[in-house]
Design a protein around this ligand. Structure first.
Ligand code: NAD
Length: 500
């Protein structure tokens, strides 16, 4: 079925953008709002967006006029009567959507497809309220619709295959990428993104073990305060001012570390395999290039993985350097800071001292080659953390301070997110390629979660998750069986990429 004429119901943030996308693609668009005032606002937003496209050189002035010429504004659902496809973009409330669908079902052509842009409501329930459930689907555009290239096409259990194919073909003709999924809460993008963001809010308030699926208390308080984010003018940042302040109940930020000179350092390299040796080499080169005097000592004390440290050079959760076998003292030769390089990706760089020097021990985890997490144990002295932070800055890294918890901050946030992505693949809900397409095109990720996992190595993610699960007991942190399989088999999620 070829769609030439569409109707868009609701011209708010998303609806105005979706109407613009259709009009720019050459379709006749009926843009419908609930009353004349809302209609005028929606049409003004559409006009302004097209003007911005002209100002940025992305659209000719004549193109704007042509697009606007294809849009007919109306304040009555009956105006959708002749459309081959109707996209509902009214507020995210099932009662409102079902009312709109019941009315559209009555006024629209019997062969018209009715689509909803819902982000989280069951398309199945919306379809069930119509006499044409086979011709109801989800069409989940991303914000801003004219820019974002992804549309999740949602098939409810009742949706005909022909409906899905027609909608997916139309999405392609708009120059966008369709990813077809079945009707699960949040589909792919929001089901992965929202628990991840919620977890970030929990970590902001210092709750390392908080459930990722129950809205974080801070998020609830901010919503109650009307701090709903960019659309509401204020969220974690204030969009009305030049400099973005933190919300008032953000935990206090540790004071700036005083820059301490680092004239000499010992790097203890306890790499147990080639990957760890490469990481230790990279670290050595980084420190050397920063002009810090470094003595490198190799000790084959075994492999480690990122996780939680324990004072006195012992490790918990498979993490942190545990000291050389047989209880011998570390072969450190002094200097201002002793760094133990261990684990793939220079995961743990702990300034480890003998047991009686445990206040001098901190963790320093270099993530992504740009960030250093400086980790203090309960007995770490502030001066030790300050020295490690000074080293991090000397190496040109962004330094953050965090407590000693499995995964520290980066891993605690990232690995449960990657685990969720693997769960989707394991459950057969979406392929690894589809998950990565959704998160790159729909959420602006530079790499999809499965591609990231291939870079990091399933074994690394598995170890941190197992550590988090053991510590907090939350089943959401338990590594899913497919991740365990890939870790054991050292198998990548994308063919052709080698797992670490
Ligand atoms: N905002 C986003 O980033 C985003 C992204 C993807 C999907 N969505 C989904 O898109 C939908 C709309 O979200 P939004 O952010 O554009 O909301 P919005 O509040 O900005 O816009 C909703 C519009 O619908 C209009 N409306 C309400 N009842 C109506 C009716 N009976 N008939 C016609 N128009 C009616 C309102 O006047 C308003 O202009 C929701 O389902 C939301 O979950 C939003």
């Amino acid at each position: 079925m070829e769609i030439r004429e569409v109707a868009v119901i609701g011209l708010g943030t998303m609806g105005a953008g979706i109407a613009e996308v259709f009009a720019q693609a050459g379709l006749a668009v009926t843009a419908i709002e609930m009353d004349r005032a809302a209609l005028a606002r929606g049409m003004a937003a559409l006009d302004a967006s097209l003007s911005r496209a002209v100002a940025r050189g992305k659209l000719a002035a004549a193109g704007k006029d042509q697009a606007l010429g294809r849009v007919t504004a109306a304040a009555d659902l009956a105006a959708a009567a002749s459309a081959g496809l109707v996209v509902e973009v009214v507020p995210e409330r099932l009662d409102i959507k079902r009312r709109v669908f019941a009315e559209l079902d009555r006024v629209c052509r019997p062969d018209a497809i009715l689509a909803t842009n819902t982000s989280s409501l069951p398309v199945t329930a919306i379809a069930a309220g119509t006499q044409r459930p086979g011709r109801v689907a989800g069409m989940h555009f991303f914000n801003p619709a004219p820019v974002m290239r992804l549309v999740e096409v949602v098939a409810a259990v009742q949706t005909d295959r022909a409906t899905v194919e027609t909608v997916a073909d139309l999405v392609r003709s708009l120059g966008k990428t369709p990813v077809t999924v079945t009707d699960r809460a949040g589909f792919v993008a929001n089901a992965l993104l929202l628990p991840y963001l919620n977890h970030a809010v929990s970590l902001l308030a210092g709750e390392f073990g908080g459930s990722r699926f129950i809205p974080a208390p801070l998020l609830r308080r901010m919503t109650e305060a009307g701090w709903t984010g960019r659309k509401g003018g204020r969220g974690f940042y204030d969009y009305g001012q030049d400099s973005p302040p933190e919300p008032s109940d953000t935990p206090p930020i540790p004071p700036n570390d005083s820059p301490s000179p680092l004239p000499a350092m010992t790097l203890i390299d306890c790499a147990a395999d080639r990957t760890e040796a490469v990481a230790a080499d990279a670290l050595n080169a980084m420190i050397d290039a920063a002009g810090v005097t470094v003595t490198r000592v190799h000790t084959a004390s075994g492999s480690t993985a990122a996780g939680s440290m324990a004072p006195g050079g012992t490790a918990s959760g498979g993490a942190g350097p545990g000291g050389p076998a047989g209880g011998d003292p570390w072969p450190w030769s002094g200097g201002d800071l002793v760094v133990v390089a261990a684990s793939p990706y220079a995961a743990v760089l702990a300034a480890v001292m003998p047991a009686d020097r445990s206040p001098d021990m901190v963790g320093m985890h270099v993530a992504g080659g740009r960030l250093a997490e400086v980790i203090s144990t309960v007995v770490s002295a502030p001066e030790a953390a300050a020295r490690a932070a000074a080293l991090g800055r000397r190496l040109g890294l962004e330094v953050i301070r965090c407590p000693d918890r499995p995964g520290f901050l980066v891993g605690a946030l990232l690995y449960p997110h990657l685990n969720d992505a693997v769960r989707m693949v394991q459950d057969g809900y979406a392929s690894a390629a589809d998950v990565d397409t959704v998160m790159t095109l729909g959420c602006g990720y530079p790499r999809g979660p499965l591609a990231m996992l291939d870079d990091i190595g399933a074994g690394q993610a598995y170890a941190v998750l197992a550590s988090m699960h053991a510590r907090y007991g939350d089943p959401a942190f338990a590594p899913v069986p497919l991740l365990a399989d890939h870790a054991t088999a050292r198998l990548a999620f994308h063919a052709g990429e080698s797992a670490q």
